[in-house]
Ligand binder design. Structure first.
Ligand code: CP
Length: 326
């Protein structure tokens, strides 16, 4: 199901089969809760070295193409290592080093790549590029981050929460900071996995109305406040993200100085963490700034789960790849 305001109109509700039976991984809102759980279970099985069906290399003979319009460490390495561990191969294409950088269309790139590879992952500056890729490719497409969402990150975040604290359904997660693309995927996750999400964002950096309206229409338990203390009090998990990202934030028209001024009250420090539950964990998708959004004592402290979170990108990418190509 495409969120309001998107043009991804050809996908059916829980659109796993749009475009010739392809299984895309584009947004959590597109997928049924049971499908998301299946993908997480696949990732967990690979993590336990207990692959489904006993085959440690189920993607032998398959090739993943990854296109990066923006920088990446975790997404790039976890997909590459994950694909190779599953027996497959990888081609990495940076925007600037291909004909895309000289003006060749995404549509033509999609048509051509589909003749060479079995699946495409795109990290893009614009969700419109992702939609064009889906429309013109004939192989499954994975959203490796767009200006609107970061669904692969959320699969790792949910896995990490559940490893530390048990089932996430019915629990409380607090987001503090920019209502950006990662926050939007947390909103979709709250609906699909059935947990409460409290977002604390400065008014100019609220999450987009479209995703909040969608969550409300789905019965999601989601609130937005300007007070980080309200959001964090009694939470099981506190999450934040970088303040100066790669241009995909809701306030990308603002200067870094303006963003820092707006977001400084939302920094996660020991005082804020003290308001969460005693066993609450801290998550951050990384890269992090210890001078800005999180204090060193939090991200490097005992309640931080960020290194498990980063590791789980590898395991959940394997779940996503094997589900898409099953
Ligand atoms: N969290 C995340 O997507 O990291 P990268 O930008 O390094 O891929």
């Amino acid at each position: 199901m495409a969120l309001p305001g998107t043009t991804r109109a050809n996908e059916p509700a829980f659109g796993n089969g749009g475009g010739g039976g392809r299984k895309h991984f584009l947004d959590l809102a597109d997928l049924a809760p049971a499908t998301l759980r299946e993908i997480l279970d696949l990732g967990a099985a690979f993590k336990r070295a207990a692959p489904p069906g006993g085959d440690p290399a189920p993607l032998a003979g398959k090739t993943l193409a990854m296109i990066f319009e923006k920088p990446s460490t975790r997404t790039r390495v976890s997909f590459e290592v994950g694909m190779r561990q599953l027996g497959g191969d990888v081609v990495i294409l940076s925007h600037s080093e291909t004909q895309l950088g000289r003006g060749e269309s995404i549509a033509d790139t999609a048509r051509v790549l589909s003749r060479y590879v079995d699946i495409i992952m795109l990290r893009t500056v614009s969700v419109a590029h992702l939609e064009e890729m889906v429309q013109h490719a004939t192989v499954p497409v994975i959203n490796g981050l767009s200006d609107r969402s970061h669904p692969c990150q959320l699969m790792a975040d949910i896995m990490t929460f559940e490893e530390r604290l048990g089932p996430i359904a019915g629990r409380v997660v607090a987001w503090t900071g920019d209502g950006n693309n990662v926050a939007a995927s947390w909103i979709e996750a709250a609906v699909r996995f059935g947990f409460t999400l409290r977002l604390a964002c400065p008014e100019p950096l609220r999450p987009p109305a479209g995703v909040l309206d969608w969550a409300a229409s789905e019965g999601g338990d989601i609130t937005v406040t300007i007070d980080p203390k309200d959001a964090v009090s009694g939470a099981d998990c506190v999450v934040t993200d970088t303040w100066l990202s790669m241009g995909e934030g809701t306030g990308e028209d603002r200067s870094p100085e303006e963003r820092i001024e707006l977001l400084t009250p939302y920094r996660v420090d020991d005082g804020l963490m003290a308001l969460a539950k005693p066993d609450a964990i801290f998550l951050h998708c990384l890269p992090a700034s210890r001078e800005r959004e999180v204090a060193p004592s939090v991200i490097d402290g005992p309640r931080s789960a960020v290194w498990d979170e980063a590791e789980n990108r590898l395991h959940t990418q394997k779940g996503i790849l094997s589900w898409c190509l099953a």
